[in-house]
Write a protein that binds this ligand. Sequence first.
Ligand code: SAM
Length: 306
Amino acid sequence: MVTQQQYPATVGDMVEWCAAELERGGVYFGHGTDNCRDEAASLVFGVAGLSHDEALHSPAAVYQRELAPDCAPRIAAVLRQRIDERVPLPYLLKEAWFAGRPFYVDERVLIPRSPFAELIAVRFAPWLTPAAPRRILEIGTGSGCIAVALALAFPDSRVVAADLMPEALDVARINVERHGVGDRIELVQSDLFAGIAGSFDLIVSNPPYVPAGEVAELPHEYGHEPVVALISGADGLDSSRRILQDAARYLTADGWLALEVGAGAAALEAAFPSVPFVWPEFEFGGEGIALLPAAGLMGCDDLKLI
Ligand SMILES: C[S@@+](CC[C@H](N)C(=O)[O-])C[C@H]1O[C@@H](n2cnc3c(N)ncnc32)[C@H](O)[C@@H]1O
């Protein structure tokens, strides 16, 4: 047990100490970082209110800086919660980064980590036609991170962002306001397409896709996330099947569906052999986003049989 007097004095020493404690604590990384040191830096910078940009440009100046006297105990308290309760760091800091921007998060929503960020960064090139979608639908918006990133990537678009859970929409509203896109994003409570009207050039969804039987095997950290954001039936594909079945009715003639199913990709391919799935590869990690043009979905015999 480290007493207050023993806390490291500088930012750099505190990061090293936190990293060692995280290593010793055996925590799981999967919510924004993938190693002790990056997680420790996020923790220290987040609690101390330090700028990662400044550290990139003048690392020595930031890492040699002395922490304010009240800061070390606050960092230690967050560290203890991270280790003892296995709370993912973004919930403790109330912030997660997605597509290069900060989003408010708490335990009402999944912590953003979708590879959709990479597709949005290149504006879905080379697939999307029209290249600048005017009407976009996101199903299962959670924190609103994808809807906000889409609205910012396509400044002439209007986005409908839907979620089953009113409490998730309350979080999404915070992020929509924070990023100044409230005039172009409509938040809608809806069970998949049930409350949706009209047609869209692009439908995006990262629905729940963990098989029910697998959730208990996930690291403890995932137990802090809303179960409705993770599980979707016995094979994890209940929501995805329904989205595939209904999407064509909500797409414009040259619109696209982009559906994330993660490790469920092979199961989906096997279940729907006539559906022309395209699976982009990702440079920065993640897998299993299917891209499907409306024309490819229409008339697929597999989908009629669902
Ligand atoms: C995997 S999370 C994705 C959240 C966010 N889009 C992201 O990528 O970080 C799935 C989201 O779908 C929502 N959801 C689950 N079932 C749904 C349904 N039947 N209709 C609409 N949304 C649903 C959950 O509440 C959750 O916010």
